[in-house]
Design a binder for this molecule. Sequence first.
Ligand SMILES: *Cc1c(COP(=O)(O)O)cnc(C)c1O
Length: 369
Amino acid sequence: MRTITIKPKAITHNLNQVKKLAPQSKVLAMVKSNAYGHGVAAVLPALTQADGIGVATFAEALEARQLGWNKTIGLVEGAFTADEWQQAIEQDVSCVIHHLPQLEWALDNVPPADSATHVVWLKYNTGMNRLGFNAEGVMAAAKRLHEAGYKLILTTHFANADNHDHPLNALQIQRFTDALTALREVVSADIKGSLCNSAGTVNFSEYHYDWVRPGIILYGSSPVIDKTAQDLDLQPAMDFSAQIIALQTVKANDAIGYGSRWVAQQDTKTALVSVGYGDGYPRVVSDDAYVSVIDSTTNQRYPCAVIGRVAMDMIVIDISTVPDDMALLNSQVMLWGDTPRIDEVAVHADTISYELLCRVTMRPKRLLA
Ligand SMILES: *Cc1c(COP(=O)(O)O)cnc(C)c1O
């Protein structure tokens, strides 16, 4: 059986790591894209110590409300229509305002002062060049929103926070700091700030401001290029496992799988694992990709190379590292979890952990640890 096991205790542990890194800031825990594939319902109970959650679509905000989340919900792309702005008011959701149409909807339809929608995350484009007002636009928008009674959080998003030394980081920090200072002088001293995603929270401790917005770090993956999840004392929140359903010895010079891509150099003992890209394991992985065969009596893990093409329903692994006397049929195999960590699999698949987590499919059985 293929299983995705979600570990709420790991998420709470990782949230506490964030709180240790940013003890002065509130935490907007990002649960967009079904909580990075973990399932919103599975993770919300682990996030009760967060000050709010962040989502990208109104449907995601609604799901969290229906699940009983009664603290802040931040909608990071804001309302897409005037109707959604009205819905945000009804559901008590705080929105990003990143362009003029959203500003007009907000000025045309001002929620009561005690509404969460009365707090606006005003987005400043400091160099990512996706969403946000420029320097003059952000000042003008802040003035109008403030006059209409809104409370403001100035926000922006890093483009390269994973790489501490990237030159754009200093520039984005400078632009953000300058704008926040100007807004506090000209518009209101009460304006709050929010700059850091997970990587910013790790790399730029001087600039946490009022709210940090961690995502990937909560799920146990390292957000920065020069530190591993272990270096940051993060625990993986998702175990992805499957089982061995057949064993074979492949003769020297024989090939395995589609395209006969992998050819045995010598007689090789192999196992068939019932999992593939139909479950969310990446189809293209490098030759150093491996999984762990688990000895159920000792819990020992044996790394085994993935050989041949990953198919929809199966992969083949080289079990020459596993002791001869171990009973392997139906043994559990870990695709990611404690070993390998998802960050390693992401390197082998030439992608990032975020994508692997978001693209696990509906087929694996979902369990809660
Ligand atoms: C997704 C998102 C985050 C979290 O990013 P991570 O890299 O996962 O920490 C923070 N802020 C905004 C606006 C986002 O959209």
